[in-house]
Design a protein around this ligand. Structure first.
Ligand code: ZN
Length: 232
């Protein structure tokens, strides 16, 4: 018995919503994750907005299967804390043998689903603009650039040369922390992986709109790139 496991009366539920593709055959399967830090509300609200969009416009997403995880850290959200109820930053616990129930659930999901794309939504109270981390497939970077552009209709981009202690170029960071939500280490080829960050002190509705615009841009550009690659 460890302290990190929930007591029987404190089960942790992480909800997942799947928007199925209309097309039979191959669909691009993406996982969209928010609320890994319990005090970052913009991503959570943006995912709810995106679920509504996917429900109302299935035609627009005909070649996508989207898996939404709106609140990955439900106890942290309840407590309005970045960390979970055990006091841990869940975004440093992935693929390091963590026993946290949220991590065990999400790692199992990531391993089973083998997403082609993983988008994680965050907000940063030390940033005055939007930015993101990219890793994985080479094209991650090419998808974040237009996403930041799409978001800039609502909120500016963070143009600083160093963001969150990482070197950045026009809001794009190519390094990252260990233990963040990501594809399983053995997954090959590596999927597209993008972390999108809004400035947490900006008005909430602008953060939500910027995030929704960024995610829609990533999906649209990914489809374009796939079609282009298929033509080569
Ligand atoms: Zn965060």
């Amino acid at each position: 018995m460890t302290e990190s496991l929930p007591k029987p009366d404190q089960s942790i539920f992480i909800s997942k919503m799947v928007s199925q593709t209309l097309r039979s055959g191959q669909a691009y399967k993406f996982g969209i994750f928010a609320g890994i830090h319990g005090d970052e509300e913009a991503g959570i609200l943006a995912v709810h907005e995106l679920i509504r969009w996917a429900t109302e416009n299935p035609q627009e997403l005909r070649d996508y299967e989207l898996h939404f995880y709106p609140i990955c850290n439900p106890t942290g959200r309840q407590l309005s804390t970045r960390h979970n109820h055990s006091g841990l930053d869940l975004n440093r616990e992935f693929w390091v043998g963590s026993a946290q129930p949220e991590i065990l659930f999400l790692e199992t999901e990531l391993r089973r689903e083998r997403y082609a794309g993983i988008i994680a939504l965050h907000s940063d109270d030390e940033s005055d603009g939007c930015y993101g981390f990219v890793s994985g497939a080479l094209l991650s970077e090419h998808l974040l650039e237009p996403a930041l552009q799409a978001a800039s209709v609502h909120l500016p981009r963070n143009e600083a040369p160093v963001i969150d202690s990482f070197p950045a170029a026009r809001g794009i960071i190519k390094e990252g922390y260990l233990g963040i939500l990501s594809a399983p280490p053995e997954q090959s080829p590596r999927p597209l992986e993008i972390v999108f960050e809004t400035p947490a002190l900006a008005p909430m509705d602008q953060q939500v709109r910027a995030t929704v615009a960024a995610v829609k841009s990533i999906l649209a550009e990914y489809r374009q790139l796939q079609a282009y690659a298929a033509d080569l």
